[in-house]
Write a protein that binds this ligand. Structure first.
Ligand code: SAM
Length: 201
């Protein structure tokens, strides 16, 4: 059975929660704008790995029915402070719901899931979505798992590896992966893979 999460990574987020949660202010990123633009008003959105809650803040302000979650107790507490509402403490592999959400937002978080656990986690997301539900996730591309200078684990998938993991998870009626240069908390330039997928009807 694959290791479902990386304890060292979650321990780092717990330790750094206060500083990490204040690293950016809430704002509409281009991919969040595209995501929200594809949803009906008031749609139910599950957010995975919400961090300090900046994206949840934008989605809530835009009138969506957001369920923010994170696997780090420290960051969940920081997000609760920002949002003034409960944030579910939940690791990706604990998601166990069926046909519940219109959309799942997983910005820069599934990149910490152990490579071998990714198909199972994507399958859980697929099941949690309603038919026709929209799913966004972003990854740092590369050629396999490694740690950054802070000791955080990244799965660094190739595009082909990601496509295989999505295919193993369920049937998607629409899957688009675009690559874009970007950075990260470690200050290193990286090729990001931005994935939009629609659960097959
Ligand atoms: N999505 C937020 C954003 O864009 O600002 C935070 C991104 S931060 C790079 C990664 C987040 O994923 C952290 O909040 C971390 O606690 C969470 N995370 C890492 N591993 C996780 C796991 N196994 N289950 C749930 N959350 C996890």
């Amino acid at each position: 059975m694959a290791v479902a999460h990386d304890g060292e990574t979650l321990a780092w987020y717990d330790r750094e929660a206060k500083v990490y949660a204040s690293r950016r202010t809430a704002g509409l990123s281009p991919h969040l704008e595209i995501f929200l633009g594809r949803l009906k008003p008031g749609a139910g959105i599950l957010e995975l790995g919400c961090g300090g809650g900046q994206d949840a803040e934008v989605m809530i302000a835009a009138g969506f029915d957001v369920t923010p979650t994170d696997g780090s107790a420290g960051l969940a507490a920081e997000a609760e402070r920002r949002l003034g509402r409960a944030v579910r403490l939940m690791r990706f592999e604990e998601l166990d719901e069926t046909g519940r959400y219109d959309a799942v937002w997983a910005n820069a978080c599934l990149l910490h899931a152990p490579e071998a656990a990714l198909p199972d986690i994507l399958g859980r997301i697929w099941r949690a979505l309603k038919s026709g539900g929209l799913f966004f996730a972003s990854f740092k591309g590369g050629d396999g798992g490694d740690r950054d200078v802070f000791g955080r684990y990244y799965n660094f998938p190739s595009r082909e590896g990601l496509e295989a993991a999505y295919a193993a998870a369920g049937s998607w009626s629409d899957l688009s992966m675009t690559e874009a240069p970007g950075g990260g908390y470690d200050g290193l330039p990286r090729n990001w893979i931005l994935c939009f997928a629609v659960k097959g009807r």
